[in-house]
Design a protein around this ligand. Sequence first.
Ligand code: SAH
Length: 350
Amino acid sequence: MKPHILDEFPQSLNQWCQSNSLPAYRAQQIGRWLLQRRAIDFQSMSDLPKNLRSELENEFQIWSTSIVRHLQAEDGTEKLLLQLHDGGRIECVLLRDGIRRTICISSQVGCAMGCVFCASGLDGVDRNLSRGEIIEQMLRLQQLLPTDERLSHIVVMGMGEPLANLDRLLPALDLASDPQGLGISGRRITISTVGLPEAIDRLANESRHFHLAVSLHAANDTLRNRLVPVNKNIGIQKILAAADRYFESSGRRLTFEYVLLADVNDSTDDAARLAQILAGRTVLLNVIPYNPVAGLPYQTPSAKAIRDFKKVLEDAGINLQFRQRKGDKINAACGQLRRSEVTVHSISPT
Ligand code: SAH
């Protein structure tokens, strides 16, 4: 297999240009085509000599994934199911919200964290995504936009646990935030984690200042151990302490995520405990009504339960956001589309 041009970008391309006695600006030109001018192949890089385009084609691959499904919802959300070179499948999503063009990308094939309500981890983890595969998702989604629109935000909230794949994720996000890359400022890039303290510390020390979101889902360890099994070896206190250190070193307000599951974690007592542990911290609490997954026993809470839960937190002065669900009809919650594909075995490329 030819090397993926994005895996070691720009070093491998620079080296190749050098060893072929090409002027340095060629590598930059090619980089611009790939990342900013949305080239779909080397042949369309129209200001490169034709023989150079063919040589590049023989040397590198740009796309190691293929689009298995492309779904569009009425609210402007688009979702891609991508097949990797080894047959694994991942999902990524484009969300349109006002002038925002946010993409949600995956970091692993499957997930090892085992959150009981999530579709991504039902079959465990297969492998980490490579840097090239992570960047490819960004480029494929960017290509869905008209040329006068740009990607504005990235959330790493697709399949997988991003902090379990930092070695590939960080270099991919570095290219996303590089002005010569996708030019999306680190402040507009959010990494969502189940809460792995050592990896949060590593992120804090590497000082890239991405935005961090921690998926909490419960305000006491007994309940969290049930919902997020990996919590048994960690515990909420250690996660909060690591999150505090991240806040101190980055200065970025943290987000906590809380998926509301009917009759599981949505009582007013749950809300009060949650308010208690978040009080005094500079945080945004993102409450997300559960997006039902076929085959799982959980349900979205009633409108009244949601209202009551929200009121307790508001009264306690917690900075709160209730996330709107987008793209429900296209199984936009992470891992859902891949699963439905596995169940029905239908493949219809678009
Ligand atoms: N592993 C990371 C990132 C991927 S999950 C994490 O745990 O944060 C991204 C977010 O989607 C998490 O907050 C996760 O709990 C939430 N999520 C997973 N399945 C969901 C569902 N069916 N409905 C609503 N949110 C869900």
